[in-house]
Structure formats: structure tokens, C-alpha cells
Design a protein around this ligand. Structure first.
Ligand SMILES: CC(C)(COP(=O)(O)OP(=O)(O)OC[C@H]1O[C@@H](n2cnc3c(N)ncnc32)[C@H](O)[C@@H]1OP(=O)(O)O)[C@@H](O)C(=O)NCCC(=O)NCCS
Length: 222
């Protein structure tokens, strides 16, 4: 993905501790009080509930993340060791399953439909460092570029897959293990590889199949 032409103004060159303080201050300036409190809670309270096994763990994580997320529908199955960052930006439907080691980053806005499964160590990014302002400004001072990710209903994201900012994963998509998804997917496709390409198709609902079926007759009526 190319870096957009516009972006946040660079904080300006600064060295040593002053530079570090400026970085932290700039970071905090990008957050509302509610967002800053969420980032604190997902770190500190998240650390306590993240390793708890069994249904106690599912229950505690549900209680925490239904408060921190923009929305969390139904009873989710968030397994041990799942990391949510900037969870105020995550809006998730019902019956969400997220396996151990997955990392979901909500800073740029992450919308997840119903009946979505996210495999072990899968990672979803909704923001990235700006890198296009010029070599005299280190990337760490160039700010962030956000691009929301949308995941439709009935999606399965395989283990170790990476979903990049700005991507829309269509309803019914399977993302194969280890894929790097850098562009939108079509409904009911199976995508895999780096970068992800279509490697298969899933059965579609009848009504959807009707709409994609080629015409019985060509334009001449033959
Ligand atoms: C995508 C997946 C579901 C496909 O399963 P399948 O239909 O049985 O696939 P096949 O083994 O028949 O392979 C079909 C084609 O896709 C390719 N393929 C399969 N998995 C792939 C992957 N992860 N990455 C890239 N290509 C893949 C195969 O090489 C094959 O290509 P070819 O026809 O050119 O030889 C499966 O390979 C996969 O990645 N599962 C994810 C498992 C996982 O993450 N589990 C965690 C539990 S939440």
C-alpha cells in the first residue's frame, strides 16, 4: 500500500529525552480521555484477565471487552492470550471467536460482523506509520496513518494471517493460514499467499449464486 500524500504534520526534529517526552505527549494528544482510559485498562486489566483459562476466562474477558469496545454483541469466545490494542475502535457483532495469540488493533476503526472466527496469531492492523514525508524526518516522528478494516459476517481468518489497514474482507471469506491480505476480498472466496490471491471458492447462498450466474442467452438471443 502506498503512503497517502497527506498526513499529520511532523512533530519536528528533537533529540534525547526531550524528544521522547514530546513523542509521548504527541501520542496522548491524539486520544480523548475515554480512549486514554481504555488504553490503560486494556493494558493493566487486560494483563490480569488475558491468561485465565476455561469459562472463567471467557466470562471475565467478555465483561472487560464489552465495556472497552465500541460494541461487542452476544457472548464472544476470546481465548487466552489474545491482545486487543486501542479497543475503543473495535465494533464486533455476535458469536466472535478469537484464538490465542491473535492481535487486533483498533486505532483506525475495526468493524467485525457476526459469526467471525480469527485464528491463532492472526493480526489485524488498522493503522500504520507514515513513511512518505522525507528521509530527514525519522519515520518514528512522521505520525500515523489510519485506515479502517471491515470484516463481514461468516468470515474465517486462518492462523498467522495478517490483514493490512484499509482492507474489506467480504462476507463468507476464508483467509488461509499465513496469508497477507492487502486488498479487498470478494464474497465466499478463499484467499491465501503473500500477498493474498484467490485460491478457491466456497459454496454461496442460493440467492447470491443467482445474482452471479451468467445469463442463459447471450445478447443476440442465441
Ligand atoms: C485455506 C484452507 C482452508 C484450504 O483448505 P483446502 O481446501 O483443504 O486446501 P487444499 O489443501 O486442497 O489446497 C487448495 C489450494 O490452495 C493452496 N493453499 C492451501 N492452503 C494455503 C495457504 N495457507 N496458503 C497458500 N496457499 C494455500 C494449496 O497449495 C492448493 O493450491 P494448488 O491447487 O495450486 O495446489 C487451508 O489450507 C488453511 O489455510 N486452513 C487454515 C487452518 C488454520 O488456520 N487453522 C486455525 C484454526 S482457527
Amino acid at each position: 500500500m502506498s503512503s497517502p500524500a497527506t498526513g499529520p504534520a511532523p512533530p519536528g526534529p528533537a533529540g534525547g529525552e526531550r524528544g521522547l517526552v514530546a513523542l509521548v505527549r504527541n501520542f496522548l494528544r491524539t486520544l480523548s480521555p475515554r480512549q486514554a482510559a481504555t488504553v490503560w485498562a486494556e493494558d493493566w486489566i487486560g494483563m490480569l484477565v488475558r491468561p485465565i483459562p476455561g469459562f472463567t476466562g471467557f466470562g471475565l474477558r467478555w465483561m472487560l471487552y464489552r465495556v472497552l469496545f465500541a460494541r461487542l454483541g452476544g457472548l464472544p469466545f476470546i481465548y487466552k492470550g489474545v491482545y486487543f490494542e486501542h479497543s475503543y475502535g473495535i465494533d464486533a457483532g455476535s458469536n466472535l471467536h478469537v484464538s490465542a495469540g491473535a492481535v487486533l488493533y483498533g486505532r483506525g476503526g475495526l468493524t467485525i460482523g457476526d459469526d467471525v472466527m480469527i485464528g491463532h496469531h492472526a493480526t489485524i492492523y488498522t493503522s500504520q506509520h507514515h513513511w512518505g514525508l522525507g528521509p530527514e524526518i525519522p519515520m518514528i516522528r512522521q505520525g500515523h496513518v489510519s485506515a479502517p478494516v471491515v470484516i463481514g459476517d461468516d468470515v474465517w481468518i486462518g492462523a498467522h494471517a495478517v490483514v493490512l489497514p484499509g482492507v474489506r474482507i467480504a462476507r463468507g471469506t476464508v483467509v488461509a493460514a499465513g496469508a497477507v491480505v492487502n486488498r479487498d476480498t470478494a464474497p465466499y472466496t478463499i484467499v491465501g499467499g503473500v500477498p493474498a490471491r484467490v485460491i478457491g471458492e466456497r459454496p454461496r447462498p442460493a440467492i447470491e449464486a443467482d445474482t452471479i450466474r451468467p445469463p442463459l442467452f447471450d445478447e443476440e438471443g442465441s
